[in-house]
Design a protein. Structure first.
Lengths: 158, 164
């Protein structure tokens, strides 16, 4: 069975315009579907009676974010405590981790700790956990997923 | 940004079975227990975790079972959580749904057509045994965006008709 698990990641955001600006400026996303208000029977069948939500899509070189600003129900966005939430983070491969961190910070994001090196020597992947202005955690890595797995498996001797 | 999605799980072996049997993932490494070093900074002093990767035709999930601190995983509330769900492109929603349900998933709603339009590709929200929500979709990302544009145009037409 073919499962391509890079269709999109959905994030709830508190201010749509700020969120779009952040992902454009921080990671070079482009808006592929402009914010649009959704309400009525279909959206209520998915999220409950009375739901009103603005939805937009931004895309990257691979994968996309689906951004949801709920007007009704409007709950605050909880902080993403990595040891307490279920969906912890999503990860992004970039060419230059420190340069991307500078862009993320200039766009209103922050890092959770300084840039680190995966165990496995100087040529292993650089990585860092970042937060967007709503506190969603995303990880920047200097290596692709297959390369990262190879580094981990080499370390384990498997 | 198709490197991976990190999921906290309560029972690593159950979760590996789920993501490999349910969605056809490939286990890339046996779970390994990690702690100390940068994990103290990542997750708090004294944290200990078991980690592994499961990969798909595209994308991956990184599974984390926290040995310390050990807290229950809450079932995802789509209008209350920050990270809501992730989408998975499959060829046949019926077949994929049958497989994930056989592996222990629950559907959150019945299979729907995108935008509620009968001619549109289908999708369904399902949850893993830990309550993580993911979406099975019969269109790829570009195809889904095209469907959204159709839905928005239709909603605008309906609004104009009711105004007129």
């Amino acid at each position: 069975m073919g499962a391509r698990a890079d269709h999109h990641v959905a994030l709830r955001v508190s201010e749509m315009d700020r969120a779009i600006r952040f992902w454009e400026e921080a990671l070079g996303a482009r808006v592929v579907s402009a914010p649009s208000l959704r309400e009525g029977p279909f959206i209520e069948s998915v999220f409950g009676e009375g739901t009103r939500v603005t939805v937009a899509h931004v895309a990257f070189d691979a994968n996309a974010l689906e951004l949801w600003e709920f007007h009704e129900p409007a709950h605050p966005i909880p902080p993403a405590d990595q040891a307490a939430v279920g969906q912890m983070h999503f990860a992004v491969t970039v060419d230059d981790v420190p340069a991307t961190v500078a862009r993320v910070e200039a766009a209103g994001g922050r890092t959770r700790f300084p840039v680190k090196q995966l165990a496995g020597g100087e040529d292993s992947a650089q990585f860092v956990y970042c937060e967007d202005p709503d506190g969603h955690v995303f990880e920047l890595l200097s290596r692709s997923h297959p390369e990262t797995v190879a580094i981990i498996n080499a370390r384990q001797g498997t | 940004m198709d490197h991976h999605v990190g999921l906290r799980v309560e029972n690593m072996e159950r979760s590996i079975r789920f993501w490999t049997e349910g969605l056809g993932g490939a286990l890339q490494n046996e779970p390994v227990e990690r702690g100390g070093g940068y994990f103290d900074q990542l997750f708090g002093p004294g944290s200990r975790i078991r980690i592994c990767y499961v990969t798909f035709d595209a994308g991956a999930v990184e599974l984390f079972e926290f040995v310390e601190p050990r807290r229950p995983v809450a079932s995802s509330d789509q209008t209350g959580d920050g990270l809501m769900h992730f989408g998975v492109h499959v060829d046949d929603v019926d077949e994929a749904l049958a497989r994930v349900e056989a592996a222990g998933a629950k559907r959150r709603l019945e299979i729907q057509h995108m935008g509620g339009r009968p001619d549109a590709p289908r999708f369904v929200y399902v949850e893993s045994p830990d309550g993580h929500v993911f979406e099975l979709m019969e269109a790829d990302t570009a195809g889904t965006v095209a469907q959204i544009h159709k839905t928005i145009a239709l909603l605008a037409e309906q609004a104009a008709a009711s105004d007129g």
